[in-house]
Design a binder for this molecule. Sequence first.
Ligand code: ADP
Ligand code: ASP
Ligand code: MG
Length: 410
Amino acid sequence: MALFVHKYGGTSVGKIQRIKNVAENIIKARQRGDDLVVVVSAMSGETNRLVALAHELQEQPDPRELDVLLSTGEQVTIALLCMALHQRGCPACSYTGGQVKIITDRAHTKARIVNIDTDRIRGDLSEGKVVVVAGFQGITEDGHITTLGRGGSDTTAVALAAALKADECLIYTDVDGVYTTDPRVEPKARRLDRITFEEMLEMASLGSKVLQIRSVEFAGKYNVPLRVLSSFVEGPGTLISYEEESVEQPLISGIAFNRDEAKLTIMGVPDRPGIASRILGPIAGANIEVDMIVQNVGEDGTTDFTFTVHRNEYKKALEILRSVHTELQAREIAGDDTIVKVSLVGVGMRSHAGIAAKMFEALAKEAINIQMISTSEIKISVVLDEKYLELAVRCLHKAFDLEKPRDAVT
Ligand code: ADP
Ligand code: ASP
Ligand code: MG
């Protein structure tokens, strides 16, 4: 008998009627004879609502208490889904993350799963029940509720699939697969039949929020076959799997973008050893993650240094730079929190030159100025003014022929 893990996102369980439809989908899968473990998110908008309530009280609520609050959203949907299943005569039992012993570390609001005890789930499955588990949450060894970071239900599903050695993990959402880019920005985006773990990981870390980054990491590490598909329309979705040697890879698989970027520049600092660490040391000390870093070629013994951070950390980073300004003997400090990052991703890039040139040419044709560039083996990212985001994504989508069927490239 095959075992599948299904995950239904917030939109898919956003109303009672939708929860009924999910129950219907589960019953259909059971009629094929499969064992099912189902992970659900909170109803759409609920986690945001809870975050807003907390912030009405306190600018920086205690992370432990925030987790107690945020984990309630998923507790509502697991119970409602079980009721919908019972109504259709399908045996089902709901569990919070803590109840099925999804053990995490103590990093409240961004905890990592360290262990899952599958005994209880297996027991219920053997009694013919559908097991419904709350996504996005776990518990520490000593019993404190934790959450896994926004979008974390994807990771709950993949981690359960890995622990239970499920045949496949199906992520049901409001799009019918992974697209060449976010279809909300480029309506001509095309669904991919397959994408490699490596590419999906890049896409997710460069801003494609269709899957949480950690869920892709987990799936790659434990080789969990992962599929993204629609909870509203039937279809094969997109399979995320290892690269197949025999298949020639298209140059570019997709375009990711991130609107949550901000950049900081420190101008006219002395061009001598140790300066980069003296700038970034205090930033790291404040737990601010730095993404791109560019240092210009020095002139007249001084140089300019630019780096990017998450927009939420922009003000904090700027304050830190201002506080070390004199000590660094810098001429000026500047910042911009209206920038975005647009990235091309594709394993085919490894063996092809000229992708960057083609990318820059396409952007130049639209008179889009590139502020920063960074590359790695399978991606090229550029930083742009946010007003160019849509135009940049669409012109690159066209320039790299992403609208054509993927097969036509091979
Ligand atoms: P869920 O609530 O089901 O977890 P999410 O909102 O987290 O759903 O993820 C689905 C959304 O991801 C889509 O509605 C789409 O706008 C967005 N998205 C971003 N990039 C992509 C992409 N490359 N392919 C498909 N969807 C994408
Ligand atoms: N409900 C959580 C969120 O909105 C987790 C999830 O949906 O995956 O981030
Ligand atoms: Mg999601």
